[in-house]
Design a protein around this ligand. Structure first.
Ligand code: G3P
Length: 220
């Protein structure tokens, strides 16, 4: 399973990219706003750091506006993916853009029917928002399961990006289900590395090493 970072924070991306474990980036207008950076400049910097796909979202409402925006974004870097909302207009834009060779990520997917339509429109990616479903007492990861089942049955090539990830459990569940990608906020990415028993084990080994060293010195 690929892991994308769900952020537009260039410094965090640069630092976490050093792990060699970041396969791509997803951004949205909220994340750009939080990063406090000019859109084009931030995306171009991100694309220099991360070689994988970088999703970029505009605010167009009609298919025409979305296509226009996406064509501009696609010129910023070859790895740009156009993020398009899950609406009828969005899917019209997907048809046009995918034919032009601009890959699309259909975002704000909250039902299996929406995911089916996104795949039929030829989207390269579909992003179910699992955390936001959990927030309204629906089972976000169950949606992912249903989407994967439908895509498998019909051999759709659309890759599922598990988005709105709120905990390491979402990531593990996504991996167990065979989701193609999970896009995770930097804080959750950091949590994937740690376990209290790992920390305890390291501390114990360091202490025992030091004890062994001083015992050996005392024998000399
Ligand atoms: O990738 C989608 C993500 O940015 C939304 O996350 O936490 O705002 O639901 P959240």
């Amino acid at each position: 399973m690929k892991i994308f970072l769900d952020t537009a924070d260039v410094d965090k991306i640069r630092s976490l990219a050093e792990t060699g474990l970041v396969d791509g980036i997803t951004t949205n207008p909220t994340l750009i706003m939080k990063a406090g950076r000019e859109h084009k400049q931030a995306i171009q910097e991100i694309c220099k750091i991360i070689k994988g796909p970088v999703s970029v979202e505009g605010i167009g409402e009609t298919a025409e506006e979305m296509v226009k925006d996406a064509r501009v974004f696609a010129k910023w870097a070859p790895s740009v993916v156009a993020k398009v909302p899950m609406t009828a207009e969005g899917l019209k834009a997907v048809r046009v853009l995918e034919k032009e060779g601009i890959p699309c990520n259909v975002t704000l997917v909250f039902s299996p029917a929406q995911a089916l339509l996104a795949a039929k429109a030829g989207a390269s990616y579909a992003s179910p928002f699992v955390g936001r479903l959990d927030d309204v007492s629906e089972r976000g990861m169950h949606l992912v399961e249903e989407i994967l089942q439908i895509y498998e049955l019909y051999g759709f090539k659309t890759q599922v990006i598990v988005a709105s990830v709120r905990s390491p459990m979402h990531v593990t569940q996504a991996a167990k289900m065979g989701a193609h990608i999970a896009t995770v906020p930097p804080e959750i990415f950091g949590k994937l590395f740690s376990h209290p028993l790992t920390d305890k084990g390291i501390q114990q080994f360091v202490e025992d090493y030091k004890k062994a060293e001083s015992a050996a010195k005392a024998k000399k």
